[in-house]
Design a binder for this molecule. Structure first.
Ligand code: ADP
Length: 559
C-alpha cells in the first residue's frame, strides 16, 4: 500500500528529507501548462475544437489556432503590465476563447481565476475582491452582471468582453475592450516563461453553502500530474471526440482542458445551450464518443431522447460525477443507448479527480445486476490518490464494505491549505477530510453514503439520504428526489422526501412508499413526502438541502 511505502514517507515527512543519500541525475522538471498546448499544436495541429457560441452558431477552431491565439493573449497581458502571480479572472462559458485564456493567462505566469456566473452577487463580489483579480474576461451575456457590481470591485483595472470588435456592446465597464481587439497585435511567436517550482496556475472557489467560499489554488505541477493520471483512469482513446458539458468555470472542467490537448482529443463545447435538444444535436453532428457531465444534465438529455425516439449512437462512454449516479440513469444509458457509464468522484479541493469506476475484465462475465451494483459505487482511487475512512475519533476503519466513516484523502493534486489561509487544511500526516461519509471495500471501491452534513441520524443509526434518493428516483413518476433529515422529538432526526414528478403534479404518496418498501429498510421509509414544482439547486447544480432543512425544521417538533 502506498501509505506504508518509502515513497509516501518521503513525500509527507519533509523534515526527514535529509535522510536521502543520493539525488537522481534526471532533468529538473518545472512544468508550465503552456507546454501542453504547444505539444497539441506540434502533434495534433488540425484536431478540432468545436464551440457553440452565444449566438447559437457553431465555431470551428483547432489546436494550432488555439495555441497561437494563447501566445498572442499572453503577450498582450504582459504588455498590459500583468505580472507573474497576478490573478486574472474569467466569467465565461465553454468555448475556444475560454480554452485560450486557460493557456494564455496561466502560461505567462499569471493565475487563471474562473468565476461561476450563477454565483449570488454578494458571493461574486467577495470572491473577486478576495482573489484580488486585476482583469476580468467576460462573456457578452454577463456584461450586465458586472456593470451592476463594478463599484464594489476594488482592484479590477480592465474588463475584456469576449467578442469581436464589431460586437462590442455599449457598456459602463471600466476600460472595456473586446477580446479580439485586445489580442489583435499580440505576438504569435511569444515564448512561454520558465516558472518556479510549484508556481500557481489556476484558482477556483468552492461553493460555500455555509460561510464564505474558499479558494483552492492549483499549481502547474498539480494540474499536469492530475491530467496525466486522469488519462490513465477513464478509458480515453486517442480518437475520442469529447463532449465537455462540465463547465470550464467549475473545478477546471475536471482536467479536460489539460488532458484533452495532451492526448490530441477533439473537444466539443456546448456554450450556453445545455438543454436536451441542443446537446443531442451537437453530439450527433460532432460524432461525440465520450461525454462528461453531472447527473442533472444527463437527465435532461435522456428525457429528450426518450420523448423523441432518439438514440445516442456515436457515444461509447460517459463519465458521470459531481453527484451520485442513480440506477435509473445507469440502466437507461446502458439498455436504451448502449453507452457505458463510468462513475467518478472528486471535489474542488482535489483538482477534482479522486476515484473512477472503469470496467474490469471480471465485470464482463457478470450479470447486469452484478455489474450495475459495482458501477453505482464511486470507483477506485486513481494512482496518486490515497483514501482512508475514519471514525469520529480519527481511528482508521476496516475496508470491509460495511464500516462507514469520514473519508480522508491525500495526494499530489489535493490541497494543502485554502488560498490565503493561515493554517493547513490537512492533518499532520497530510490527510484532508473530504466531508463525505463513505465505505471502502476489499476490492478498493469507495461508496459515498452521504455528505457528513446531510447524513440522517435516526434513533442512533445513520440513514443515507443518497441511497434513499436513488431508490425514489427509480419510481416511474419521479423526475427528481431529495431527502433531508428533519429534527424529531423522539428519533433525533427523521427523513423527509421531496419529489418533483414528471407531470409536475403530486402522485399518491402510498405508491411511492410501496415502491420504496422492498428497496430500503422499513425504518428508512420517509415519514413525510412533499411534492414540489422544483428543488433548490446551487451555483454548481447541486441540491441545496440546507434550504429545505431550514424551511421544514419545525415540522416534526410542532406535531
Ligand atoms: P462544492 O464546491 O459544492 O464542494 P465540489 O464539486 O467540490 O463542489 O463537490 C464535491 C462533493 O460533491 C464531494 O465531496 C461529494 O460529496 C459530491 N460528489 C462528487 N462526485 C460525486 C459522486 N459521484 N457521487 C456522490 N457525490 C459526489
Amino acid at each position: 500500500m502506498l501509505s506504508n511505502n518509502v515513497a509516501s514517507y518521503i513525500i509527507y515527512n519533509k523534515q526527514d528529507m535529509g535522510a536521502i543519500q543520493m539525488i537522481g541525475d534526471m532533468q529538473k522538471w518545472t512544468p508550465n501548462v503552456a507546454g501542453i498546448i504547444e505539444h497539441a499544436k506540434e502533434i495534433h495541429p488540425q484536431t478540432e475544437i468545436i464551440s457553440r457560441l452565444v449566438s447559437g452558431e457553431i465555431h470551428r477552431s483547432n489546436y494550432e489556432k488555439v495555441c497561437i491565439r494563447s501566445r498572442k493573449l499572453a503577450s498582450a497581458l504582459e504588455k498590459d503590465g500583468i505580472k507573474k502571480g497576478d490573478v486574472v479572472a474569467t466569467l465565461a462559458l465553454n468555448t475556444y476563447r475560454h480554452l485560450e485564456m486557460y493557456y494564455g493567462i496561466s502560461g505567462m505566469g499569471a493565475v487563471t481565476h474562473t468565476l461561476n456566473f450563477r454565483l449570488h452577487p454578494e458571493q461574486a463580489v467577495y470572491i473577486i475582491n478576495h482573489a484580488e483579480d486585476k482583469i476580468i474576461f467576460v462573456e457578452l451575456p454577463f456584461v450586465p452582471i458586472l456593470e451592476g457590481l463594478q463599484d464594489k470591485l476594488n482592484k479590477i483595472q480592465k474588463y475584456i468582453v469576449l467578442c469581436e470588435e464589431h460586437e462590442m456592446p455599449e457598456t459602463s465597464l471600466k476600460n472595456a475592450i473586446s477580446y479580439e481587439e485586445y489580442i489583435k497585435d499580440g505576438d504569435e511567436e511569444y515564448k512561454w516563461p520558465i516558472l518556479d517550482d510549484d508556481a500557481a496556475c489556476a484558482l477556483c472557489y468552492t461553493s460555500g453553502t455555509t460561510g464564505n467560499p474558499k479558494g483552492v489554488l492549483y499549481s502547474h505541477k498539480s494540474n499536469v500530474l492530475h491530467a496525466q493520471a486522469a488519462l490513465t483512469a477513464m478509458t480515453i482513446q486517442p480518437d475520442d471526440s469529447i463532449l465537455m458539458v462540465v463547465p470550464l468555470f467549475h473545478v477546471l472542467a475536471w482536467g479536460i482542458p489539460y488532458f484533452g490537448p495532451m492526448n490530441g482529443l477533439k473537444l466539443v463545447m456546448p456554450g450556453m445551450q445545455m438543454e436536451g435538444e441542443p446537446l443531442y444535436e451537437l453530439i450527433d453532428q460532432e460524432d461525440v464518443s465520450l461525454a462528461f457531465g453531472v447527473p442533472t444534465i444527463w437527465m435532461g438529455l435522456l428525457a429528450y431522447c426518450r420523448e423523441n425516439n432518439k438514440i445516442l449512437s456515436s457515444v461509447k462512454n460517459t463519465i458521470i460525477g459531481g453527484s451520485a449516479l442513480s440506477l435509473a440513469t445507469l440502466q437507461e444509458f446502458d439498455e436504451v443507448h448502449d453507452v457505458n457509464v463510468i462513475h467518478a468522484w472528486g471535489m474542488t479541493e482535489m483538482s477534482p479527480l479522486g476515484t473512477t469506476n472503469v470496467p474490469t475484465p471480471e465485470m464482463q462475465n457478470m450479470s447486469k445486476e452484478e455489474k450495475y451494483a459495482i458501477q453505482l459505487k464511486q470507483g477506485r482511487p486513481i494512482y496518486g490518490v490515497e483514501l482512508k475512512v475514519v471514525d469520529d475519533s480519527g481511528n482508521e476503519l476496516a475496508k470491509d464494505g460495511k464500516s462507514q466513516g469520514h473519508l480522508m484523502v491525500r495526494g499530489p493534486w489535493i490541497l494543502q491549505k485554502y488560498f490565503k489561509a493561515d493554517k493547513d487544511a490537512v492533518d499532520a500526516d497530510g490527510w484532508f477530510d473530504t466531508g463525505d461519509i463513505s465505505v471502502l471495500d476489499e476490492d478498493g471501491y469507495m461508496t459515498i453514503k452521504d455528505r457528513a452534513k446531510d447524513v440522517i441520524k435516526s434513533g442512533g443509526e445513520w440513514i443515507s439520504s443518497i441511497d434513499l434518493e436513488n431508490a425514489a428516483f427509480g419510481h416511474p413518476e419521479v423526475a427528481e428526489a431529495c431527502v433531508v433529515g428533519i429534527p424529531h422529538p423522539k428519533w433525533d432526526e427523521r427523513p423527509m422526501l421531496f419529489i418533483v414528478t414528471n407531470s409536475g403534479e403530486p402522485v399518491e404518496k402510498k405508491s411511492i412508499i410501496d415502491f420504496l418498501s422492498d428497496k430500503v429498510a422499513k425504518w428508512w421509509l420517509p415519514d413525510e413526502i412533499v411534492f414540489l414544482k422544483e428543488l433548490p439547486h446551487g451555483a454548481t447544480g447541486k441540491l441545496q438541502k440546507f434550504e429545505l432543512r431550514e424551511e421544514y425544521s419545525n415540522h416534526y417538533m410542532e406535531k
